[in-house]
Design a protein around this ligand. Structure first.
Ligand code: CP
Ligand code: NVA
Length: 301
């Protein structure tokens, strides 16, 4: 099975992964680390920088008895013009799975088409499903999924798109506000509508957060969008999309805050909000490891 986006997983498999993650974490904490991936190898292909994705996958493989191979684009022949489809077939002969962070989602689809081993998306321009696993684990730990409303405030980007769909798969209600011209790609809300949760799109960020148990944001200028930086900053600042104390004042007093990181303090979020007791971001970042470990056991174990 490939996981190019979160809804490549059947709901029952997503539920299994979310259930297994804390068990794998607890086993390690109790001195009984798992070895489900004993002898298995994962290629990690990166066309963009990463802290969380790179380290959590590499450490995760080690924790589960396997081995991860880091492949920066410029370290391998891909960066020298070798086609994605050739890279896919060569890697498939060596490793048991491929995790890839690519610019264009189409490259990931080609990688998956030509790989004979599972391919996992570690972020593309369209989607970030392994982030969604951590997001859902964090929300479930914080307040559970029943009668839970999450506000998405900001860009209709890769992280938000996967989150909207994944949230719907576990029955969450999402209220999303994005600036004019920076909404979600066609099809994202339709895909979410296949599941039990709800997605409501609003224009005003203060409306999005009004009933939120959790307020979630991401950077305004994603990697690869640097040329759009000036226009995006103007649209997001002018629209009141910064997650600051003023915006949080429109949310319930106990609303928590999430951010996939890296954060740009002073742009999409202020330092005081990110560092506040309402912020779940460090546990959210750690949950990348636990969610991915459970996913890898499901796919490769
Ligand atoms: N959230 C996330 O994917 O972070 P990195 O870019 O550091 O991997
Ligand atoms: N939306 C951001 C997420 C980084 C983890 C980006 O694509 O750069």
């Amino acid at each position: 099975m490939n996981v190019l986006d979160i809804d490549d997983l059947p709901v029952s498999t997503l539920e299994d992964v979310l259930a297994d993650a804390p068990e794998i974490e607890a086993a390690r904490e109790n001195g009984r680390p798992r070895d489900d991936l004993d002898g298995l190898s994962l290629a990690m292909l990166f066309e963009k920088p990463s802290t969380r994705t790179r380290v959590s996958f590499e450490v995760g493989l080690t924790q589960l008895g396997g081995h991860a191979v880091f492949l920066g684009e410029d370290d391998i022949q891909l960066g020298n013009g070798e086609p994605v489809k050739d890279t896919a077939r060569a890697l498939s002969g060596y490793v048991d799975g491929v995790m890839a962070r690519v610019n264009a989602h189409e490259d990931l689809e080609e990688l998956a088409e030509y790989s004979s081993v599972p391919v996992v998306n570690g972020l593309s321009d369209d989607a970030h499903p392994v982030q969604t696993l951590a997001d859902l684990l964090t929300i479930r730990e914080h307040c559970g999924f029943d009668d839970t409303t999450v506000a998405w405030v900001g860009d209709g980007n890769n992280v938000g798109a996967s989150f909207l769909v994944g949230a719907a798969m576990v029955g969450l209600d999402v209220v999303a506000a994005t600036p004019d011209g920076y909404g979600f790609a066609d099809g994202v809300t339709d895909r979410a509508s296949n599941y039990d949760g709800t997605v409501t799109l609003v224009d005003d960020p203060t409306d999005a957060v009004a009933d939120a148990d959790v307020v979630y944001t991401d950077v305004w200028v994603s990697m690869g969008e640097e040329a759009e930086r000036e226009a995006k900053l103007e649209a997001f600042y002018d629209g009141g999309f910064q997650l600051d104390a003023d915006l949080l004042a429109h949310a319930p007093d106990d609303a928590a805050v999430m951010h996939c990181l890296p954060a740009h303090r002073g742009e999409e979020i202020t330092d005081d909000v990110l560092e506040s007791e309402r912020s779940l971001v460090w546990r959210q970042a750690e949950n990348r490891l636990h969610g991915q470990n459970a996913l890898l056991v499901e796919l490769l174990g």
